[in-house]
Design a protein around this ligand. Structure first.
Ligand code: SF4
Length: 749
């Protein structure tokens, strides 16, 4: 009997446990890829507390991409016009060190930028922070989590005094009112939604409310679906609060004892009577009242959200407007109740713990706090003042700095910004201006590889041991079960080796990921995310552990409890222990529709694909499931434009153009369009939705408004093929990957 390796699904923030079985097993049929090679197999880990054996199609098929198009050796070229040449690790690392030293000398440390990823394990994140923020003295480390959940981070921080989702997944089965806003959990967080759906089906009194301009798969399951106008979330939530206040359906004891700012909040709420709210949101007064009634009658209200709130030019305000509802009703810190952000990526939470954004430091510390900087400098044995006092560049700032020639070295790892950044044509032009770009990834080609001077092959999921933290703060040990291909190395090892070569030998004297994690946990002592009671050994012995888990929590039963909630005593992480209401009005979309661009385009994910398809595009089953991009449009809008499903249109914004086949559907409200975000230039011609999106961001979280921009739609002459993809016809046609010049110019990686 073969013992499966225990690990975590490397896709979304639900964090489902996986058992991994080797390709060939006695008495079992062997799964093979299209070329006949045997495949590793995954199945749900029944003992994982977060997922209890469940997985979605992504987790079930993830092993099929392990050997597809892997980058195996370092590749270097002098300029983007040159072909890559294979080099040794020694040459690659020496070129990085030379470049870093030259940039520090000539431009200063602030000309060095690193852009990382929620795909990192916590050990990768921590080592990168020590290298960039500690040793190099620049806070210019940002991660793709900036595009994903930085508004949730800012919302928690400003309302509660600290980041960290206060809920746990057991709340999914303890709530009697689930309020989902800006999240298509059925497709994007399927196992969380499965748990909630089962609870809803079994318990007739449980209300499921979904707020989304689109009638998503999640909305189809709801008792009440509010298909609000894009950008009116704050108006809606203030409108619900207005009704709760007028009905007296609030918790005065909680408000008086545990919060501040309620009086100012009620002043704002006066401006949100039902008639005005219903009119602005494009819903009926009756449906608004029904939702407020559900909140009023709830014994335990649980709200779930993800990118629909976060990816907004007022993302932090939206998150805080939602938290306000919990504070005024006291639905927080007890079973089934609380505001619960669903993280997009598998280890976005670990990134937050390890300080993986440009304004934070490990252990839920802030760059701008002198005591926090000093604690890290002492711990890292670096001279006082080593950590810069100002927040570093966000990824949007990095794009601007590239445009202005202020970046000397850009290091990108485990993410694909040449597809995922807003205002993509401008972002690509900026990437082309980088004098030296290191791109560290497991796969080749990707769209971003075309902008790199140095490619570093990294070990991925299953090839390195490390930890990841999921949305409910559960840390899982992800065990390596096979060696990396070729010369690929774990990300943390690459960062540590560069650190040692720069002279920081003691700081990076790590022999294993377990040692890195052991050091990281020490710096969390006494912090909100205290994980001093967690180690690789303990995770291997006990299985996943939820934080907070301080060192004194030594009893195994306490360490392995999985229903830990934050703020159960009503004391928050602010100076005075009280949570803060936010008295906020809505500002609306940064780019509202107008006569020239009359539609609001919203973007999102599909069930099977993950982000920019770096893995899922290489898995045949998922390619068959979602073969091509498309544009969803309401039937009346389609009728006005005289277009039908399968016909092609050009979609234009002020920044770019895409060409897509149309899918006419009642799921879209009038005036709103939807495009999936998964297709970069590698997988389809002219279908990059971010060519259309704008870079306006939330002023607090700096998260861009990827969810809404103004566009026009031009029907194309249906007899004229519009592009390579266009000539393939309807959305059901299977597109060939289009690596174009990247593949033809590339050596075997
Ligand atoms: Fe993986 Fe998320 Fe699917 Fe779970 S729900 S199997 S973590 S993609």
């Amino acid at each position: 009997m073969i013992t499966p390796a225990k690990t975590l699904c490397p896709y979304c923030g639900v964090g489902c446990g996986l058992d991994v079985l080797p390709p060939a097993q006695p008495n079992r049929p062997t799964n093979r890829d299209q070329a006949g090679n045997p495949l590793w197999q995954t199945r749900g880990d029944r003992n994982h507390p977060s997922s209890k054996g469940m997985v979605c199609v992504k987790g079930a098929t993830v092993a099929e991409a392990l050997d597809q198009d892997r980058l195996k050796y370092p590749l270097l070229r002098r300029s983007l016009a040159d072909p890559f040449e294979r080099v040794s690790w020694d040459t690659a690392l020496a070129s990085i060190v030379d470049q870093i030293q030259a940039v520090r000398r000539t431009q200063g440390p602030e000309a060095i930028c690193m852009y990382g990823s929620g795909q990192f394990q916590t050990e990768d994140y921590y080592t990168a922070q020590k290298l960039v923020k500690g040793c190099l003295g620049t806070n210019n480390f940002d991660a793709n989590s900036r595009l994903c959940m930085s508004s949730a981070v800012a919302g928690y921080l400003h309302s509660f005094g600290a980041d960290g989702p206060p809920c746990c997944y057991d709340d999914l089965e303890a709530t009697d009112c689930a309020f989902l806003i800006g999240t298509n959990a059925a497709e994007c967080h399927p196992i969380v939604f499965n748990r909630l759906k089962k609870h809803h089906k079994r318990n007739g009194q449980v209300k499921l409310i979904v707020v989304d301009p689109r009638r998503t798969e999640t909305a189809k399951q709801a008792d009440i679906h509010l298909g609000i106008r894009p950008g009116t979330d704050i108006t809606l939530m203030n409108g619900i609060a207005h009704l709760l206040l007028s009905w007296g359906a609030i918790d005065p004891e909680f408000i008086d004892g545990c919060t501040r700012g309620f009086a100012d909040y009620t002043t704002v709420l006066r401006h949100y009577p039902p008639s005005i709210v219903a009119e602005r949101c494009g819903i009926t007064v009756a449906s608004l009242e029904a939702v407020a009634q559900a909140w009023a009658e709830a014994k335990a209200a649980l709200s779930l959200w993800s990118m629909g709130l976060n990816q907004s030019s007022e993302g932090t305000a939206k998150v805080r407007a939602l938290i306000n509802l919990h504070l005024m009703t006291g639905h927080l810190g007890r079973p089934g109740a609380g505001p619960f952000s669903l993280t997009g990526q598998p280890n976005a939470m670990g990134g937050r713990e390890a300080g993986g954004l440009s304004h934070i430091l490990p252990g839920y510390r802030l760059v701008q706090n002198p005591q926090h900087r000093q604690a890290l400098e002492t711990f890292w044995q670096l001279p006082p003042g080593s950590i810069a006092a100002a927040p570093g560049l966000t990824i949007s700032d990095m794009v601007l700095a590239l445009e202005q020639g202020q970046v000397g070295l850009l290091w990108i790892a485990a993410t694909n910004p040449a597809v995922s950044l807003p205002d993509l044509n401008r972002a690509k032009a900026a990437l082309r201006r980088s004098p030296f770009t290191i791109y560290q990834d497991a796969y080749y080609p990707t769209e971003t590889a075309a902008y790199a001077h140095l490619l570093l092959p990294s070990a991925q999921w299953g090839e390195k041991t490390g930890t990841m933290t999921n949305s409910e703060r559960t840390v899982t040990l992800c065990t390596a079960f096979r060696p990396p291909p070729g010369e690929a190395r774990p990300d943390w090892e690459i960062f540590a080796e560069v650190g040692r070569r720069l002279g920081f030998v003691e700081q990076f004297a790590f022999d294993s990921a377990a040692e890195v994690y052991a050091e990281f946990t020490q710096i969390t002592a006494g912090r909100p995310c205290d994980v001093t009671g967690i180690s690789h050994d303990r995770l291997a012995d006990l299985g996943p552990i939820q934080w907070p888990c301080p060192a004194q929590e030594t009893a195994d039963t306490a360490a392995t409890k999985h229903d830990k909630r934050l703020y159960t005593n009503g004391i928050f992480a602010t100076d005075d222990g009280r949570a803060r209401f936010a008295a906020l009005h809505e500002r609306g979309l940064a780019e509202p529709p107008d006569d020239r661009y009359p539609f609001v385009l919203t973007t999102g994910r599909l069930y099977g694909h993950w982000h920019t398809q770096t893995r899922t595009g290489r898995i045949p089953k998922i390619q068959k499931m979602h073969p091509a991009p498309f544009l969803e449009i309401n039937p009346r809008d389609a009728q006005q434009l005289r277009i039908q499903s399968g016909e092609w249109v050009e979609v234009r914004s002020q920044r770019g153009t895409v060409r897509l086949p149309v899918l006419v559907t009642q799921n879209m409200r009038r005036g709103t369009l939807f495009v999936p975000m998964h297709w970069g230039s590698l997988w389809a011609d002219g279908a990059e939705c971010n060519a259309l999106t704008h870079p306006e961001a939330c002023p607090v979280s700096r998260q861009p408004e990827l969810k809404a921009c103004a566009v026009q739609v031009i029907p194309l002459d249906q007899s004229t093929p519009t592009s390579a993809s266009a000539s393939e016809g309807t959305p059901t046609a299977l597109p060939e990957p289009n690596p174009s010049s990247m593949l033809s110019a590339a050596p075997t990686p």
